[in-house]
Design a protein around this ligand. Structure first.
Ligand code: CIR
Length: 258
């Protein structure tokens, strides 16, 4: 699918208070800002119109906009983040989305769902049951998909933060997979790039209109992606990695004629 737009939000100074289990130290705000700027430029170089929002100090993790909504070809779904400190982030995303989507749906409590747990494979959606996305939220999402003639399925998981922490669909039936997902029979029919344990962070990458953006420094993963025929762009993501954020988390990518 060719994307036309991406919503991104600058990191705030409070990113140092972002939720993390990475044990990599605190992000450097200035460096995070510079890396974010490069990310925006990379999206633009892939022909996306980037909708850039200012930072919000009330929400340390708010630069990870992917978790606040899921954009499908038929509708946008405003999520209900499972992390308490992130629930309020959805208020800021809704007015932006309203400009581009006529149909807006919502995940409601007690259901929770974060966009990082939703992987789009050519219009079929895999939904990770993580610490952030519960069965009720996943079921609501499935019901929404079916209402619009789409479909998906739930994926049990136990180790990763989000489904897409360890899985990325690159197109042409190629799936990047790390850790617990490498042996999951649900994904048996994909051509799999099995990410080395020490390169697990590289399992989160994004294909934007034929170019795959990868985190820099993960040479084996990048080499494999290129062997599978994709052009790559590498970006330094060190400051976002410190708060468990990857390439997909930093944007909401979608198609719009506006
Ligand atoms: C969090 O724990 O919510 C943030 N520190 C990282 C969110 C990463 N988002 C994503 O994988 N979609």
């Amino acid at each position: 699918m060719n994307f036309t737009h991406a919503i991104v939000k600058k990191p705030c100074q409070n990113i140092i208070k972002g939720i993390t289990r990475a044990n990599l130290g605190f992000p450097n705000y200035e460096l995070a800002l510079a890396q974010h700027q490069k990310y925006v430029e990379a999206l633009e170089s892939c022909s996306l119109n980037v909708i850039l929002r200012e930072a919000d100090e009330n929400y340390p993790d708010s630069t990870f906009v992917e978790d606040t909504a899921v954009m499908t070809r038929e509708c946008a779904v405003i999520t209900n983040p499972g992390a308490l400190s992130r629930k309020g982030e959805i208020a800021a995303i809704e007015p932006i989305i309203k400009k581009y989507f006529k149909k807006i749906e919502r995940i409601e409590s007690p259901g929770t769902l974060e966009g990082g747990d939703v992987m789009d494979v050519d219009g079929f959606y895999y939904i990770g049951l993580s610490e952030r996305t519960n069965r009720k939220g996943a079921q609501q999402f499935l019901d929404i998909l079916r209402k619009y003639g789409m479909d998906g399925m739930m994926v049990g998981m136990s180790e990763m933060l989000h489904l897409k922490t360890g899985l990325s669909y690159l197109g042409n039936n190629v799936l990047m997979s790390a850790g617990e997902f490498q042996t999951n029979s649900l994904f048996a029919d994909f051509s799999k790039i099995k990410v080395l344990h020490q390169e697990t962070y590289a399992a989160n990458c994004i294909n934007i209109n034929g170019k795959v953006i990868v985190p820099s420094g993960f040479h084996e993963s990048r080499k494999m992606i290129e062997i599978y025929g994709f052009e790559t762009i590498a970006l330094d993501m060190s400051e976002f990695q410190k708060v468990d954020g990857g390439l997909s988390c930093l944007s909401l990518r979608f198609v719009s004629e506006i």
